[in-house]
Design a binder for this molecule. Sequence first.
Ligand SMILES: [Ca+2]
Ligand SMILES: [Ca+2]
Length: 298
Amino acid sequence: MRKYSLLAMVCSLAACGGGGGGGGSWLSFSPSHLQGVTYQGEPSLNLSITATSSKSISDPVQLGIVLDQSVFTSVVVSPPTGLSELAELTVRNDLPVGVVSGTVEVRICYDDPQTCAQPYAGSPWKVPYQIEVKSSDALPTDVTNGDFGSGTTGWYTWANQGSLSLAATNGMLRVTTSSTDFATSMGLEYDGGIDLEGGTEYSLSFDAKADAPRTIVPMVSENGRDLNGNGFPYDDYIIQGSTLVSPSSVITGLTTTMSHYELDFTMPVTNRYAGVVFYLGGSSSTLYFDNISVSKVP
Ligand SMILES: [Ca+2]
Ligand SMILES: [Ca+2]
């Protein structure tokens, strides 16, 4: 069944641009191919698409988006910003395991978009999508190689400024940093995916020390998929702990002695592929980690 979702907006303000597959090239879509990954039991996946026009429409027209109701539940369109507007499509959360693909039709019409007997020149456009639904059976429930018995396997870094490098040493991870900027500027990341259930309390635990006392910000994160539907795919789940430095970050002070740290948090949503992040900016003191683990609080 197809659903005609009305973006009851009249595009007389010059704002109904776009140009994707099939239609007039003055309207383009970003991304040009919608893609998403979801796991069984997770909340509905939201996919965002922006339509951008290279021309203004002065006629009173209406924009419509045609969805396959067996794949999507709804679409919300934000008011246009200049010649662009954003649509957020919500994927059904009861799709079977496998890959589903098709196209979403965008149309601009002089009349009701549901019938669209009088399409605007160039309309409609078809934007392809591909959604992969993965099984939630037998997913890892803890980080892999959190004890660094396999060297640095599975652990990555990023640095917005300064430099950062990893090495395995004596069964630990050594992280060398050169950073004087604030805490979110660089970090250590595990993005291999941990299956965490909404409403359940977990603990992120680790052993750590540094060559000189310093702070770090440990997190369990959304890991690239926007499962709380706020438009940002890297939200953090740990929001309380030893010392709050902002509503979404917990700072942990390290000493020169290897010590054990635990941060408890309750998952607000089910994320079957959550990640772990340590923000390591703000100091050039070398760090050592071991026994990084996420476990249910008994
Ligand atoms: Ca170890
Ligand atoms: Ca989010």
